[in-house]
Design a protein around this ligand. Structure first.
Ligand SMILES: [Zn+2]
Length: 91
């Protein structure tokens, strides 16, 4: 078994496709914070808040993993235990 296809554990709740990928949400927030740094005043207020959220999300495990459907681009979250099974399935 290879790639993201064929796994039967995580399905998109919207279209039922099993072609899903993990979204590193903390990393996305961190990177968008990096973009805000370049916007004067507003960005200088927003960027530290985003960095803080990213760090909090990084250190405190939420027990959820954010996934995105590759077919309909629908974002959803799954329990971490389910994500572990998914990782095993796509090995
Ligand atoms: Zn979908």
């Amino acid at each position: 078994m290879s790639g993201k296809q064929g796994q039967q554990i995580i399905h998109c709740p919207k279209c039922g496709e099993n072609k899903v990928s993990m979204m590193p949400i903390a990393l996305i927030i961190f990177l968008s914070g990096g973009c805000f740094v370049w916007i004067p005043i507003l960005g200088w207020i927003v960027a530290p808040i985003l960095f803080l959220i990213a760090i909090i999300m990084w250190v405190i495990p939420t027990g959820k993993v954010f996934m995105r459907c590759e077919s309909c681009k629908h974002g959803f979250s799954v329990p971490k235990s389910e994500y572990k099974q998914y990782k095993e399935a796509i090995k």
